[in-house]
Write a protein that binds this ligand. Structure first.
Ligand SMILES: Nc1ncnc2c1ncn2[C@@H]1O[C@H](COP(=O)(O)OP(=O)(O)O)[C@@H](O)[C@H]1O
Ligand SMILES: [Mg+2]
Length: 259
């Protein structure tokens, strides 16, 4: 069977005034893969990530995710049609509990209206039954079952990141975009998170920008190494990270200071 691509970007260029952040980038991300975007500081990873998930419009070129023109659609519509994304600054309601956060994330897909809810009509009850079942499933997958009544702001950082994934999973995304998900985590949080991503990767496609090369090696089927606004190597991590051009690009940058 021919490979199906969940993300297809062709000849993408992005200019900020005189700065050319992306220079004629082509990306094809196969359905079901975990795909990494890596490269030294300033290479264009964040710009490409934002362009691929529709936050930023490319200056020229086309981007299709799940066959939709993500740049032309409003963010909630992109999410409703199966694209999930998490950001470094986690989007959640800090004063709400874990369970409430999952509920708020689910309202967009529910059928009941406020009258149904106030009168506790069947439309509301059915939505709540469906929600409870889905929430239980997601809490179990994310290892959050025992924490469902905890306020989000009191959770450890690594657990907040798992909650961000849980929030995303409530909308059954087919493709997930993750921006440096393990940044700031300790070793055991990172290991648990990698395990979680492998679990949720089944039946989904994951696109990840990450500085932690060990995490990239443990997670990704394929990586694109970017340097100076364009891909220089696309390969499995083991080969890509050893490629002489990649080694040279990292040695020539000051990224080592960050680790
Ligand atoms: N909003 C912006 N305005 C101006 N220049 C930007 C903007 N965003 C990124 N750039 C520039 O584009 C290039 C790529 O940046 P970025 O995508 O953030 O790289 P990376 O994430 O790989 O570190 C850099 O030269 C950066 O300074
Ligand atoms: Mg960046």
């Amino acid at each position: 069977m021919a490979t199906k691509y969940v993300v297809e970007a062709t000849d993408v260029e992005k200019r900020y005034g005189g700065v050319v952040a992306l220079k004629g980038v082509d990306v094809r991300i196969p359905e079901g893969s975990i795909y990494g975007l890596i490269g030294p500081n300033g290479a264009g990873k964040s710009t490409l990530f934002d362009v691929l998930c529709g936050i930023t419009k490319p200056s020229t070129g086309s981007v299709k995710v799940l066959d939709m023109d993500v740049a032309a659609l409003p963010a909630h519509e992109v999410a409703r049609r199966g694209v999930g994304r998490t950001f470094q600054r986690t989007a959640m309601f800090k004063d709400a509990t874990v369970y409430e956060n999952l509920l708020y994330a689910s309202y967009g897909r529910m059928r009941h209206n406020v009258i149904h809810r106030l009168l506790r009509l069947p439309a509301w009850r059915e939505d709540m039954v469906d929600f409870a079942a889905k929430a239980d499933e997601v809490l179990t997958i994310c290892g959050l079952s025992d924490l469902r009544h905890q306020q989000a702001s009191f959770l450890a950082y690594g657990i907040q990141r798992r909650l961000a994934v849980a929030i995303m999973l409530m909308n059954d995304p087919k493709v997930l975009f993750l921006d440096e998900p393990v940044a700031g985590m300790n070793d055991s949080e990172t290991a648990e998170f990698i395990q979680l991503l492998h679990t949720i990767a089944k039946g989904r496609t994951i696109v990840i920008v990450e500085h932690d090369m060990a995490a990239i090696g443990a997670l990704c089927d394929e990586v694109m190494v970017m340097v100076d606004g364009r891909p220089i190597v696309i390969d499995v991590p083991a080969r890509a990270l050893k490629h002489p051009d990649v080694v040279a690009a990292y040695l020539g940058s000051d990224d080592d200071d960050e680790q």
